[in-house]
Design a protein around this ligand. Structure first.
Ligand code: DGY
Length: 437
């Protein structure tokens, strides 16, 4: 997109995908933050907002910074940036603030989400270091304390990989990555509830009721222990080492380190270096030779997930290189990309649990495609990165700005007018961004 474009031009009634994408961002704006989509997700979601900031940065960098800053209104005293910042109660969503009962003055959920923020803050800062410096100074300590929260409260003792204690924390809610660990959560006695998501989206595209019962049971566990995050990670019913969060945090640590150098925060650089010394051990822990990929691993049983999810390929984005493992990982990626023209499918199409329609059990997601391709390009796999970008472009051109897409047909599923898909279009997938290559 031309940097000279203004938002007024985008409201000129043109129907190009650029203009539609911009309208989606503007229409889903809610003051200083942006809804993922109206109806289905009526609040601020953590990683959604950060991808949205990348989209805004294409035409309004000031608004992009504001999006990031507003997320940290939901940061707890212990450092956690919450996965949903509610601010108000909207009857179209369940479970809302009265179910979570967070400890924070601005009502939030009680878990976090993949920490893409530091990487995106670096992107914003690099767009205009002079203008961005003051805002970076303000946001830096908040990023530090959030990363510290992950490295202390989401690691089981002696471990290095980052745990999720709720599938919602991973952002990949119903991925088969969690199936075995979730099956060990006893849903008996869960407070009766009514799902609201099924009023917005076809049930065949959403998690099952059995999964929802367990999601709610985990919320009740956290709430009943007063959201003691150390206790939840150590003793709670669900703790799985997640390649998604582990690799996204590793990348974010490296970007945070860069920002610490910019601000000459030497103590912070040393602290981040301490976190990064765990990186190789975390990657080793998550490597499954049987699957030929990095995989989720139940921290209570030590068992790997039964198949390969798209998070496996975030190791490049994290900056992890291992010639022996990468040779196998590349073969796995080739096989999966060959099987799915609108890749990357969120779960291996050759696996019995694959479902091309159901949320994180198969559909292709623009944000994951973007992160994986970014890492691949940085490691010199330019052809594969370009292929993933082209197929992301093709699925959006074919179906519009849906939440996720069928990896075989490119058909759009889930919420429509979806803000992060529009943002990824503006920042990375549209033909206008080819000039950035
Ligand atoms: C939902 O409600 O489906 C969300 O993914 C939870 O974060």
């Amino acid at each position: 997109m031309s940097s000279k474009s203004t938002s007024a031009e985008y409201f000129s009634g043109s129907d190009t995908l650029e203009h539609k994408a911009l309208r989606i961002l503007r229409e889903n704006e809610w003051g200083d933050y942006t809804l993922p989509t109206k109806g289905l997700y009526p609040y601020q979601w953590n990683w959604d907002s950060m991808f949205v900031a990348l989209g805004f940065a294409e035409f309004d960098v000031d608004r992009a910074w504001t999006e990031v800053e507003s997320l940290f209104e939901g940061q707890w005293a212990n450092g956690m940036a919450a996965h949903i910042v509610f601010r108000r109660d909207d009857p179209s969503y369940f479970p809302g603030p009265s179910v979570w009962k967070s400890n924070h003055s601005v009502p939030t959920s009680g878990c976090s989400q993949p920490p893409v923020a530091a990487t995106i803050v670096r992107d914003l800062y690099e767009k205009d270091p002079t203008e961005g410096r003051e805002r970076l100074i303000e946001i830096f300590p908040k990023l530090m304390s959030w990363h510290r929260w992950f490295h202390t409260m989401r690691v089981v003792s002696g471990g290095a990989a980052i745990a999720v204690t709720h599938p919602w924390e991973s952002g990949r809610d119903n991925s088969p990555d969690w199936d075995e660990a979730l099956a060990n959560v006893d849903p008996t006695g869960v407070t009766p509830y009514e799902r609201k998501d099924l009023g917005h989206v076809d049930p065949t595209m959403r998690p099952t009721d059995a999964q929802y019962d367990r999601y709610l049971k985990l919320v009740e566990f956290g709430r009943d222990c007063g959201w003691d995050h150390t206790h939840i990670t150590r003793e709670g019913p669900f703790a799985v080492a997640d390649p998604g969060i582990t690799f996204i945090l590793m990348r974010a640590d490296r970007d945070l380190r860069y920002l610490a150098e910019v601000l000459q925060k030497h103590a912070a650089v040393r602290e981040i270096d301490g976190w990064l010394t765990q990186a190789r051990a975390a990657a080793r822990y998550l490597w499954s030779p049987e699957l030929g990929a990095y995989a989720a691993r139940d921290l209570r049983t030590g068992e790997f997930a039964s198949g390969v999810s798209s998070a496996a390929f975030l190791s490049y984005y994290a900056g992890i290189a291992s010639s022996r493992r990468d040779a196998q990982l590349q073969r796995t990626l080739d096989r999966i990309l060959e099987a799915a023209p609108y890749g990357i499918p969120s779960f291996d199409p050759a696996h019995e649990k694959f479902d091309p329609k159901r949320y994180w059990r198969g559909p292709s997601w623009a944000i994951i495609n973007f992160l994986v391709a970014r890492g691949l390009a940085e490691f010199g796999f330019a052809g594969k990165a370009a292929r993933i970008r082209q197929s992301t472009r093709a699925m959006i051109e074919k179906s519009g700005f849906y939440e996720y897409f069928d990896p075989f047909t490119g058909e759009g599923y889930g919420g429509s007018h979806f803000t992060w898909t529009a943002a990824i279009w503006l920042a990375w997938a549209s033909p206008e961004t080819d000039a950035k290559d």
